[in-house]
Design a binder for this molecule. Sequence first.
Ligand code: AMP
Length: 322
Amino acid sequence: MFKEIIKKIEEFDTIIVHRHMRPDGDCIGSQAGLVQALRNTYPNKKIYSVGDDIPEYLGFIGLSDEVSDDIYKEALVIVVDTSIKERIYDDRWQNAAFLIKIDHHDDSHPFREENYLEFIDAGSAACSAIIARLIESSDVLKMNKEASLALYTGIITDTGRFLYRGVDKTLMNAAANLLSYDIDTEYMFAKLNLKEMNTYRLEAYVYKNMKMTKSGVVYMFFTKKIMKKFGVSCDEAAALVNTMASIKGSMIWVTFVDYGDNIRVRLRSRYVAVNEVARSYRGGGHLQASGATIYNKKEMKAILNDLDSLHASFKQANKELE
Ligand code: AMP
């Protein structure tokens, strides 16, 4: 499949790379890594990166270009790290002459039937690792320092710094190859890890105030009032989901963040698959890292009930796990 993707890339003079809404490190890393490598390989092609909602902490790798509507009809559009078409940032992908999807989600669905190719490796812990393999395995595409920094950042963030399930030899080999391009990892980790003092104070608040369901699902609701009190943005609060990650007996943890017009739900777990529950609340994602969108407290109660039942039956069936 990599060969077919390269063949299409060679065919088109205009290539536009899209990705999902609310981008994370792997999403921005996959997009910027691919765009940088394409620009490095084809100085005469027009290559664009779509989306101006790059979170501040990823500003050191993210790329965002103005793209006029009229060029789509002659363009190859590549969508990275996105499982369902409703989540693609910017609807203009639909006007592409040819469309390619490169993804690593378990619940990936085809975007369309014609003039379309997809490569999905749900076994890859990061989409950036797939892009790195695509570039490294080709005789045509040329990696450079900028592309490797973006892709390495994507791998680092989506694996929780090489911590999560799915970190394997293939992924480590891809990461090792990227390191041969002289990435400044100290700079990268500073960009990823440094937080404002306010965020640490809110983290302390989470430790003190997180709540627990009957079976041990832990959760935190970041209301507008709390975020205002601590002077943190919705994205900064959402980033605290893993503050609750390592509590014995609590294999599912969740944050709810009031974004104003909706409540963003971030679901995380060890061992237990939570993506089915996410799917019931306008969401989806990976087995152990999913997201959903809800609109009121009633739905919050309902999703917590569902997670509590799931957690209780999982514990019942897996007494050795905690
Ligand atoms: P997040 O908690 O936003 O980091 O999301 C975790 C994973 O779930 C990511 O891979 C997202 O792409 C996916 N995800 C988040 N929200 C949704 C949604 N509304 N629909 C489908 N997938 C989602």
